[in-house]
Write a protein that binds this ligand. Sequence first.
Ligand SMILES: [Zn+2]
Length: 183
Amino acid sequence: MQDYIHFAEKNGIILEDSGFCQFCGAKTERGIHECLEIFNFGFSGVDYAKPENLEFKFLVVDSHTLQHPEIHGRWNNHFHLTRMTLVLKEKISWTYELSPILSNTLKEYKITHPSEVLTPPKIGHRGKITTSDVLLAQENSLECKNLIRKWAEEVFLSWQEHHHTVDSIAQSFLSNRKQHITY
Ligand SMILES: [Zn+2]
């Protein structure tokens, strides 16, 4: 069984197999399944293999995950919202090497906050831009990148209630990263 189906079941959500995506409203014919396919396939205007495009890959992952929290584990919200804080607010140029440092920071955080839940914004209130909008813009690289950034900013803003919580995790990450660089 695929992970997302498992998480939806765990969260008591029945996945709809047709129509628009029930979570983000993307204009699909096969609902969340197609929305995930668009997400997994990527966008032709942004070649993730190029180092300068890497930031867009992370923004897409964070935006999509936070628009679809019902199909992920609950600590994913902490991870992706903190990363968005670091990228959008702290202007960190994210790389693959930084993700394990954030995971470890979160592991420490979980020990002192074992029951914390970041309740997602209501469905339909997690930013208006969706995968199908970015797909429509994919041919034009600049337009596509601009839209991805706007998408990320909208989703990030919609989780505003929890910014204060993840700000503290972001600060811990920054000091852990410093140690990582020093030693
Ligand atoms: Zn969707």
